[in-house]
Design a protein around this ligand. Structure first.
Ligand code: ZN
Length: 567
């Protein structure tokens, strides 16, 4: 495993290759991190790591305690890393962390996108891309000040402010204090104290003004659907807030509460859904799907864990899988498939609440709803009969499918980027539940040991499991063609209910996936799945870029809704 010194060395390499003109600054990074008192601010380094634990990118920011605000100094991605989503993921992780630290705002600089100042078309394009990126997060340059007064011949940067979700506007006094600190910190070597005071005093507006958006329309709530755009009894969304207690604050733990909050909010804004809160269901149906011994273990171990002391499995049974370790914490490896899904005090409670969300949505279908969306968190499709893993504890989709299978055949289509190994395992010998999964090829994608085409089920279940592994970078065309093959199988199976395990991690730029699906593809997926004309339960699985969650969810449900209206 990489040590901190190792990671910092890798960060320095990325720094030097990204910022060659100031490469020597990289030498200072270790000292900045170690000595906040010398510098008068705390320097924080956030790194992202790939599956092989190599550092893929970083953000370096400073926190000024006297103004309770922060400055994003550098954000960069390794030279051989395919861009796209990693920049967003890092930026989002940085904001997340600052919000937790109680920061009142994040300042940053970026070079202008003004063609009268930047002549080089390549540089201009880069600058525009960066400003467009910030605009996406509602972050704009501060205008009406002398901040951009050039120091030499090169154009001076704009100053941006990210309010980090706070509601109060940025006042003049607060902004002046911040600008003074930033200029002293970044430019005291090259400008005079008079220059700094001149810029500070040039901030006159109160509150401070920001530039109008140029690249995105201002985000207004999606207008209400027109008359006739919504069915009498249309789609229903089921969500719960209990999941929030399950928040693993480990670096790189991308499965966080904000995912569900974003989905909930954007879908509420579409006004396409009725909403219900989940009812609690007993443990019986959970035990029909998961080994009772496994259910007991999860319940007991979580109850016994101390708050904020998660347990990560670290010993796995190989030679004597029948022999369970005595100590509960060590036993975690007996029931887990990987080393990154921790048990903690709240995991069991949150996982049971997610099951209730899925079951409550399933009941809506039984009452005649065409479509129900279960906004489950934690996700479930990696949880097998007696194992947890991949951020999953109980298999929400499988438990709901089991519940629905009392009324007839069920088809489960898993379109998360990762193979639905748990769902496959649970229905492996069943002929009344068809399990299909389209996913990243297990040669290169988690969970690595399953998801191959020769896994077709056993016994009565033989032929009722089918995997569609796809290569890295699979795009819209290949994906939609594969989807059609899966849908054809469902069509021939004639299920009473269809369960869709939905992940947004197939979209371009997801930090855990390597497909390249567009927003438009999601709309098409929605309309094609809805064209099965079967009651459809959609269960939320993965998807870790908040931006993709926002765009993908709107797209897929608009696609579904359109198809419902055409019926
Ligand atoms: Zn996934």
């Amino acid at each position: 495993m990489a040590t901190d010194a190792d990671k910092i060395r890798q960060v320095q390499e990325i720094f030097r290759s990204n910022f060659s003109s100031i490469a020597s600054y990289a030498d200072k990074i270790p000292d900045l991190l170690d000595n906040p008192f010398t510098y008068g601010y705390r320097t924080i380094l956030l790194v992202s790591q790939g599956t092989d634990r190599r550092v893929t990118g970083f953000s370096l920011f400073l926190h000024f305690p006297e103004i309770k605000s922060s400055l994003l100094d550098f954000i960069a991605i390794g030279p051989k890393i395919k861009g796209g989503g990693l920049g967003s993921a890092l930026y989002e992780a940085t904001r997340d962390m600052l919000q937790r630290l109680g920061s009142r705002g994040l300042y940053m600089e970026a070079l202008p996108d003004d063609p009268t100042l930047v002549r080089d078309p390549v540089v201009l394009k880069e600058n525009r891309e960066r400003l467009k990126f910030y605009e996406y997060y509602g972050v704009y340059p501060i205008v009406g000040t002398a901040y951009e007064t050039p120091i030499d011949e090169s154009p001076a940067p704009y100053l941006f402010f990210d309010p980090l979700g706070r509601k109060q506007p940025l006042g003049r006094r607060e902004c002046r204090a911040a600008v003074r600190l930033i200029l002293q910190r970044k430019y005291s070597q090259v400008v005079s104290p008079e220059y700094i005071e001149m810029v500070v005093r040039s901030i006159k507006d109160d509150p401070v003004r920001f530039r109008e958006p140029r690249y995105h329309r201002i985000e207004t709530p999606t207008p209400a659907p027109m008359r006739g755009e919504r069915l009498q009894r249309g789609m229903v969304l089921v969500s719960s807030t209990i999941h929030r207690i399950h928040h693993v604050r480990e670096r790189g733990y991308v499965e966080r509460p904000a995912r569900i909050e974003i989905l909930d909010q954007v879908l509420t804004d579409t006004q396409l859904f009725d909403r219900i809160t989940p009812k609690s269901h007993g443990e019986k149906v959970v035990r029909e799907v998961h080994d009772p011994d496994f259910v007991n273990y999860l319940k007991t171990v979580c109850e016994k864990l101390a708050p904020s002391r998660p347990v990560y499995p670290y010993v796995f049974p190989i030679r004597r899988p029948e022999r369970k370790p005595k100590e509960l914490a060590v036993r975690a490896g007996y029931y887990c498939i990987d080393t990154f899904t921790p048990l903690d005090q709240n995991a069991y409670i949150a996982a049971r609440a997610a099951v209730d969300v899925a079951l409550s949505a399933a009941e809506e279908l039984q009452e005649g709803r065409p479509v129900a969306y279960a906004l489950c968190r934690p996700p479930g499709h990696h949880a097998g009969r007696r194992v947890f893993g991949g951020f999953c504890y109980f298999n929400n989709a499988a438990i709901a499918a089991q519940w629905l299978s009392r009324e007839g055949k069920v088809a489960i289509l898993d379109i998360d980027f990762h193979h639905g190994n748990g769902t496959q395992d649970i229905f492996w010998t069943r002929a009344d539940v068809l399990t299909l999964s389209i996913h990243g090829h297990p040669n290169v994608a988690y969970p690595y040991f399953s998801g191959f085409t020769d896994e077709i089920g056993e016994g009565f279940g033989r032929g009722f499991n089918k995997n569609f592994p796809l290569p890295e970078n699979a795009g819209d065309q290949l994906y939609l063609d594969t989807l059609d093959r899966a849908l054809e199988l469902i069509h021939r199976f004639k299920p009473v209910f269809v369960v869709l395990s939905l992940g947004y991690d197939t979209m371009t730029g997801d930090p855990t996936g390597s497909f390249a699906l567009s927003v438009r593809a999601f709309r098409t997926i929605g309309s094609r799945v809805a064209a099965l004309h079967r009651p459809l339960l959609i269960v939320q699985e993965g998807g870790y870029s908040l931006r993709n969650l926002r765009r993908g969810s709107t797209a897929i449900f608009r696609g579904i809704n359109k198809m419902l209206l055409e019926e």
